[in-house]
Design a binder for this molecule. Structure first.
Ligand code: UTP
Length: 287
């Protein structure tokens, strides 16, 4: 079984649900308390043992490259003033640990992943959608990599949502279940509520075999006129093993406004430096 050494972060989307905030800054740079969403995703990847981060970027996303670079002037000034630089430590990704590839047109998530095919090469890889903020210990990808060591093949993280919400997501047809692992028998992107095979939705973390790139190469447009990763994965079911991992933790959809506020509140209430102040304010506000 080949180890999971590489992760793809598709960050070329337009972020239209978060306009005007995302007009000039990428959605992935929105902070949850004091760390941008993309930083949480990279930290989660590192915790899972992943070494190389591959960002699929687009126009207007250069803030992400700057974030993971060395900010020479900032660091020099901070050290001259005797300030602690350790807060910047997780933001450094050396040349051997990151790569950037451009998706020239936002043709969909499936197309964004396909843009990384040469860097991914012939090995299994992880995918992170950074606006899906997965909050738990161990992190979601660590839980998935542990499951991968048991069953191999392809894995997707899933969670249960109220049935009436399924039409916004990729939905699985579940098979046999064994603890957090569920066999995946089918996948459909944004089904009508009445036609959805379950209320288990795909939630932004994947471990896929490299063959998916070959499927994506000839993938037609699907839901929303976009090249869908879900459709490519659905095609692979039956030829390769596919499991879903139910994440033991909380998930916040930070691509939506309400989900983003929830994530900020949840993280703030766990932070020793600000929890007390935020809790008192929230109680006050609600009263
Ligand atoms: P979303 O469906 O959240 O789309 O993409 P979006 O464009 O980011 O946001 P809205 O819906 O307009 O507000 C899911 C993930 O796939 C990436 C996004 O960056 C996000 O991480 N993506 C999507 C691409 O990289 N390229 C695409 O063509 C589409």
């Amino acid at each position: 079984m080949k180890p999971i050494r590489k992760a793809v972060f598709p960050v070329a989307g337009l972020g239209t649900r978060f306009l005007p905030a995302t007009k000039a800054i990428p959605k992935e740079m929105l902070p949850v308390v004091d760390r941008p969403l993309i930083q949480y995703a990279v930290d989660e990847a590192r915790e899972a043992g992943i070494e190389q981060m591959i960002f699929v970027t687009g126009r207007g996303k250069s803030a992400i490259e700057d974030h993971f670079d060395i900010a020479f002037e900032l660091e020099k000034t901070m050290s001259e003033r005797g300030k602690d630089l350790s807060v910047l430590e997780p933001t450094r990704l050396g040349p051997g640990n990151c790569a950037y590839v451009r998706q020239q047109e936002p043709l969909g998530l499936g197309h964004a992943i396909w843009c990384a095919r040469d860097i991914v090469g012939d090995e299994p890889f992880a995918i992170f959608l950074p606006d899906e903020f997965m909050h738990g210990t161990p992190g979601c990808m660590k839980q998935m990599v542990d499951a991968y060591h048991k069953v191999g093949g392809n894995l997707i993280s899933v969670l249960e949502v109220p049935h009436e919400q399924v039409s916004s997501y990729g939905v699985i047809t579940p098979g046999a279940q064994d603890g957090p692992l569920t066999e995946v028998r089918g996948l459909v992107e944004k089904p009508k509520v009445a036609e959805a095979p379950s209320n288990l939705i795909v939630s932004g973390r994947y471990i896929l075999q490299p063959e998916v790139m070959r499927v994506l190469e000839r993938q037609e447009k699907g839901a929303g006129g976009e090249i869908q990763l879900t459709d490519a994965m659905a095609e692979m079911i039956g030829t390769q093993s596919f499991h879903a991992v139910t994440f033991d933790g909380a998930r916040y959809d930070c691509g939506s406004k309400a989900g983003y506020i929830q994530a900020n509140l949840a993280v703030a209430l766990e932070r020793p430096d600000i929890a007390e102040e935020v809790r008192a304010f929230a109680i006050d506000l609600l009263q």
